[in-house]
Design a protein around this ligand. Structure first.
Ligand code: 39S
Ligand code: MET
Ligand code: ZN
Length: 752
């Protein structure tokens, strides 16, 4: 048997993006949106059926985010949003906010989904949360598929994952009084599926791969002990992913689940757990061997090895082949890639190709002598060809070989002297709104409809306009606006050697926003300057300093797909080398401030604390390798967002940057206390407005914020800036806010 944990849902050509955004803009009717969603689901189910998948997921579809779907289904959303009676409107208000007709509802905050570039919406659980079955989405989808002749496996988010990842105010999630009602909802859902005739239901509990405590184990026993008494004929799969379940293996196998889904790609230790503690004879084992979060072909030899080891403990008949996690994290299909390097194509597998891999591996596994099977032989030949020889290439450098001299205290003096900025200097994070004309022009350039010269002069005109705007409103440190970049990582991938760029390899990052991660396939080299020309041009237009903006090595690595046989620390050092070359070129051209974005520094921080040190050691070493050798008077900034870096300030201090700007607008300033208490010396720019909200922020609001910040941070250490880049916003939203931001800073300066 073969199972898929979840399938992408944005549409093979990002159809859902256009429908949802169109609906929000009033250009698409509700019926059209619903039909588009039904068509996509049908397409996904039929495709999986075509490849012989036995356990095809449903309820893995979402208009915006599956975590929000779950919160809505449990009734765990604030009552204020119910003012919007229509189900979809209420849902989208939670996702995007709603400001119309005197109603002002804020969007829920977003957070990273484990170590991926997917972001989920975070509901808040309070003492007022009343759990109640409030949506029939999972049942509707099940019926819809049944209508197509497919009996799906409905997917539900697990209780512990939901409780642990939600925000809590004033509630103890482990208190039975709090979760009892939620248990009743889960029971109701299971009963529904039992009546509807579902053979399987999948409950996702990815938090089980994290460090767990005794109370988590107790919760699992109590909650699932009670739930599983109500499963009737429906068989319940407990699905885990993103690691191994070392802290709960024995508890989980002793519960009455009918099947256990284990990740054997990111959770290598799962195999050991099975060999050590055995596997119960009454359960199916869903063996996650096809990597759901990378785009490379499976190595069949590796997978067969794992399966054969498993077969010592579990009869072959009870082993179900599966993806390691949901395929949400990979693009749809290679069939849209007609311009890819032919040498590389055979090494890639997107979601659709992974379905085929499951079939092929099953066939090999069940055949008598697998080593003669044609699928096996073909795959072995492929991987033999690229087996890399890494002997002699070991990096010996230690982090402390990349020390910037002189030390921060000395450098910052030299820089203040050189830059002559007022105190509370104002700046932005780099990108300005990527207006539709910019996107459209790049589209035309890529399709060969306009020449390189036309494209470049278009970008230059944009730069000229944005420099003028920044001068007019009186910002102190200007930027060129990043108009030439489709994305802060893909752009670097396109312009460096060693990357492969897809045409349609879109992956959902949040809601309707997608990224097209570049693929690292060869050694990385820089054959030409990446950013120097436009930044130099911008600097030529003004006497104010223009900040050069680059993406750092760890972020490029973490937002790319990287070959599994390439050690990440080695790739990070190669990236550091090329970014360093760019930094030195910018410096040579007279750029005085260079920002090296590390928005994703913490993204792939291992889920288990015991593995953090190794990660930080190589990640920070790579970052420092970029900066060592830069002149003392060149000011190095970095920018971070989207992670809770509160907990890692001492590690971030080791990056030894001169200035750090970061997202803080939402976090109640606890971060500022943390900064004061940490070993971080750098000047800081805690974002003073949230770029994800379309609101125009008034001067007084920002003045108040700066005043409060000054209670925590000395006046000569504080920068004034937004909390992230402005690329996703509209000019009419951010231009007035930036203007207000500068006024606010000036008003505060007057008070000193
Ligand atoms: N890689 C990455 N990860 C990140 C972030 C990030 O900035 N980059 N930020 C955080 C939040 N995530 C984000 C993810 C995506 C977007 C985003 O804006 N994505 C855009 C796509 C950006 C892009 O590459 N656009 C292409 C346009 C491709 C296209 O469709 N072109 C059309 C024309 C479109 C038009 O006419 O408007 C065509 O060619 O026909 C370009 O600019 O070149 C989107 O979904 O819409 C923003 C934030 C965390 N993770
Ligand atoms: C996601 S972090 C974004 C940093 C980038 N320099 C920008 O302004 O868009
Ligand atoms: Zn950012």
């Amino acid at each position: 048997m073969k199972s898929v944990v979840g399938f992408p849902r944005i549409g093979p050509q990002r159809e859902l993006k256009n429908y949802v955004e169109g609906y929000l803009e009033g250009k698409v009717k509700k019926e059209e949106l619903e039909k588009a969603a039904r068509d996509l689901r049908k397409y996904h189910w039929l495709l999986q059926k075509e490849y012989g998948i036995d356990l095809i997921p449903s309820n893995d579809f979402s208009f915006y985010d599956h975590f929000l779907d779950h919160a809505v289904m449990l009734g765990a959303v604030p009552a204020a949003y119910r003012i919007l009676e229509d189900e979809i409107d209420c849902y989208l208000a939670l996702a995007k906010g709603y400001q119309r007709d005197g109603i002002d509802l804020k969007a829920l905050p977003m957070k990273k989904w484990f170590f991926t570039n997917y972001h989920y919406l975070v509901p808040t659980l309070t003492a007022d949360t009343e759990f109640k079955l409030s949506s029939d989405k999972p049942f509707t989808e099940f019926k819809e598929a049944w209508h197509e002749g497919i009996k799906t496996k409905p997917v539900l988010l697990g209780a512990l994952t939901f409780l642990k990842l939600a925000r809590k105010t004033g509630v103890d999630i482990y208190n039975k009084h709090f979760w009892e009602k939620m248990l009743e909802v889960y029971i109701e859902i299971l009963c529904h599926f039992n009546t509807a005739g579902a053979d399987f239901v999948q409950i996702d509990e990815p938090v089980l791969v994290m460090d767990l405590e005794e109370r988590d184990r107790r919760f699992l026993k109590e909650f699932y002990g009670a739930l599983l008494k109500n499963k009737g004929k429906t068989r319940v799969i407990l699905q885990t992913y993103f690691g191994d379940i070392r802290d709960v293996y024995q508890e989980i196998v002793s519960l009455d689940f009918d099947a256990l889904g284990l990740d054997l790609v990111d959770g290598k230790l799962n195999l050991e757990l099975i060999s050590q503690y055995g596997f119960p004879e009454d359960k199916l084992l869903l063996a996650g061997i096809v990597n759901g979060r990378n785009v490379f072909r499976n190595n069949y030899q590796t997978s067969i090895d794992i399966l054969q080891k498993l077969a010592h403990y579990v009869d072959k008949g009870r082993i179900v082949l599966s993806t390691s996690c949901s395929l949400l994290l990979v693009p749809y299909s290679l069939k849209y890639e007609n311009e890819l390097d032919e040498k590389v194509v055979p090494y890639l597998a997107f979601a659709e190709e992974k379905l085929q891999e499951l079939s092929e591996i099953e066939e090999i596994f069940l055949s008598g002598d697998f080593s003669k099977h044609s699928f096996y032989l073909k795959n072995a030949e492929l991987w033999n060809l690229v087996a890399t020889d890494q002997s002699g290439e070991k990096e010996k450098e230690e982090e402390n070989e990349y020390i910037r001299v002189p030390a921060w205290e000395e450098r910052i003096k030299v820089q203040k002297e050189a830059l002559q900025l007022p105190f509370l200097p104002t700046t932005t994070i780099g990108s300005f709104p990527q207006t539709p004309d910019v996107r459209a022009m790049r589209g035309r350039f890529k399709r060969g409809e306009v020449t390189k010269e036309e494209y470049e002069s278009f970008i230059k005109a944009k730069i000229e306009r944005v420099i003028k705007f920044q001068e007019e409103i009186g910002l102190d440190v200007l930027v060129h606006g990043e108009y030439e970049r489709n994305d802060m990582v893909e752009f670097f991938g396109e312009n460096l050697e060693g990357f492969v760029i897809t045409k349609n390899g879109w992956v959902q990052s949040y809601g309707t926003r997608c990224v097209k991660p570049p693929i690292i396939f060869y050694d990385i080299k820089r054959k030409k300057k990446l950013t120097v020309d436009y930044i130099k041009y911008a600097q030529s237009l003004t006497s104010k300093p223009v900040k050069g903006i680059l993406t750092g090595p760890v972020t490029i690595l973490n937002w790319s797909f990287v070959r599994e046989d390439m050690p990440p620390d080695r790739v990070a050092m190669q990236l550091a080398q090329v970014i360093k070359e760019e930094v030195l070129d910018l410096e040579k051209e007279g750029i005085k401030i260079i920002q090296i974005d590390e928005a994703a520094l913490l993204e792939k921080l291992p889920l288990r604390k015991s593995e953090h040190k190794t990660y930080f050691d190589w990640a920070i070493k790579a970052f420092k390798a970029v900066c060592a050798g830069v002149k003392p008077q060149t000011q190095i900034h970095t920018h971070m967002c989207y992670s809770n870096f509160d907990d890692y300030l001492d590690e971030i201090a080791r990056m030894d940057v001169d200035v750090i700007t970061f997202e803080a607008a939402k976090s109640d300033f606890t971060l500022l206390d943390g900064i004061r208490e940490s070993s971080l010396q750098a000047e800081v720019g805690p974002g003073i407005f949230d770029v994800h909200s379309p609101r125009i922020v008034p001067v007084e609001e920002m003045e108040k914020l700066i005043t409060r910040m000054l209670e925590k941070i000395e006046k000569d250490r504080l920068w004034i800036n937004p909390d992230c880049g402005l690329k996703t916003r509209k000019e009419e939203e951010v231009f007035p806010t930036l203007k207000n931001m500068v006024v606010a800073a000036r008003e505060i300066r007057k008070k000193f």
